[in-house]
Design a protein around this ligand. Structure first.
Ligand SMILES: Cc1ncc(COP(=O)(O)O)c(C=O)c1O
Length: 402
């Protein structure tokens, strides 16, 4: 097998930069270096025990067979209950699907709806997978650069300018990866007003970071803020970030039955049902009050402040406090063009991230991976002592730049 034997579609997809940095970290660690990884989009918390035990119970009770492709009745009831309780949204079982992570559901939704050349509006900075998934589905990603001074949020006039007759989707992610930006109900309504004139456009609300918010920032999801557009909105969520269950691979989505049914057909011919064990655990996760959450937010908030303090001390990086998720998207433009002790010029954010990995042995991601050059994404969901060490190492390295 050589690369000439690969399908043409492979030219439309790049390996995930987050996975690439994790590979680099593993290589450096294998060479004996002690790298601190602030590149990973994953909470360091353990899945809460009650949820883990629900998974163990599912195994012991032999809930280890195929299930309905779109999820068990119990899980769908728990998902419907979650949407009703937290988002005031009502969905019937035909309007709900569970899959192997939110990622798979987003992929299936795009594959099920995009024809060649149809456009998907993706506000930047964006989660790295959206444009590649759109390209794989033979659609055309239309990247709209949001502004730092607008809190990294898409403005109605920017959305209006990007819409064309070929637009099929607009993707909204709140709280956002990599910026932590959280849209208010009012901001979502203003976007909905623009979309009301474009009935062919579907809206994808990626709410995967929903409960991870600071300073009592309220949460609103698009279908609840703009009920008149709920019939063409797909709300995507999952337990990866809300319950520290990334490895369980369990996401869910709710929207119009015609779309859910198409996603189910694709899923039935690819991955089938998500793991039966994960479904049982997720049903418990979604039914129980998230008592652990206050503690998690307190810990994450402390870490967020720690990184912001490091940024202020650096006199070179700049970032405002993110309202949600666990990333800081720091402006590093003042560092570009500076010279390393080895005599190399840091031409761009990628060179800076790569030098920090070598010199500070701290992994962060370059903003260009998220469609926004001149920034670094610092993920702070790592243990306090490691984070403190990483911040100190970053400060020490930055001070060496000429
Ligand atoms: C914005 C966003 N959406 C979706 C996902 C995928 O989540 P899952 O682990 O449920 O596939 C991630 C994971 O990093 C994410 O950051």
């Amino acid at each position: 097998m050589n690369s000439q034997q690969l399908a043409r579609r492979m030219q439309r997809v790049r390996p995930s930069p987050t996975a690439a940095i994790s590979d680099q970290v593993r290589t450096l660690e294998a060479a004996g270096q002690s790298v601190i990884n602030l590149g990973e989009g994953e909470l360091d918390f353990a899945t809460p025990d009650a949820i883990g035990y629900a998974g163990i119970a599912a195994i012991i009770q032999h809930q280890t067979k195929y299930t309905a492709v779109s999820g068990t009745q119990e899980l769908k009831a728990a998902i419907a209950g979650k949407f009703a309780r937290d988002n005031q949204l009502r969905f019937s079982p035909e309007e709900i699907i569970a899959g192997s992570g939110a990622k798979q559901l987003i992929f299936n939704a795009l594959m099920a709806t995009l024809d060649v050349g149809q456009q998907v509006i993706i506000p930047a900075p964006y989660w790295v997978s959206y444009p590649d998934m759109v390209s794989l589905a033979e659609g055309e990603p239309v990247i709209v650069a949001c502004k730092e001074q607008h809190g990294w949020k898409l403005r109605p006039e920017e959305l209006a300018a990007a819409l064309t007759p070929a637009t099929r989707w607009v993707i909204l992610n709140s709280p956002g990866n990599p910026t932590g930006a959280v849209y208010s109900a009012q901001e979502l309504r203003a976007l909905a007003e623009v979309l009301s004139d474009h009935p062919q456009v579907l809206i994808m609300a990626d709410d995967i970071y929903e409960p991870l918010r600071y300073d009592q920032t309220p949460f609103s999801t698009f279908a609840a803020a703009a009920p008149e557009l709920a019939g063409r909105t797909l709300t995507v969520n999952g337990v990866s970030k809300s319950h520290a269950m990334t490895g369980w691979r369990l996401g869910y989505a709710a929207g119009p039955a015609w779309l859910i049914s198409a996603m189910q057909i694709l899923q039935s011919q690819s991955t089938s049902n998500p793991s039966s064990v994960s479904q049982a655990a997720a049903a418990v996760a979604l039914q129980q009050p998230a008592e652990f959450l206050d503690d998690w937010i307190e810990i994450l908030d402390r870490r967020r402040r720690h990184v912001l303090a490091m940024i202020a001390d650096s006199n070179a990086l700049y970032a405002s406090a993110p309202a949600g998720a666990f990333y800081i998207f720091a402006n590093c433009q003042a560092l570009l063009g500076r010279i390393t002790p080895e005599g190399d010029t840091l031409a761009d954010d990628k060179a800076l991230a790569s030098w920090l990995l070598q010199d500070a042995q701290v992994a962060v991601l370059h903003g260009s991976a998220f469609g926004t050059p001149g920034y670094l994404r610092i993920a702070y969901a790592v243990a306090d002592d490691l984070l403190a060490q990483a911040c100190q190492r970053l400060l020490n390295s930055l001070a060496k730049l000429g």
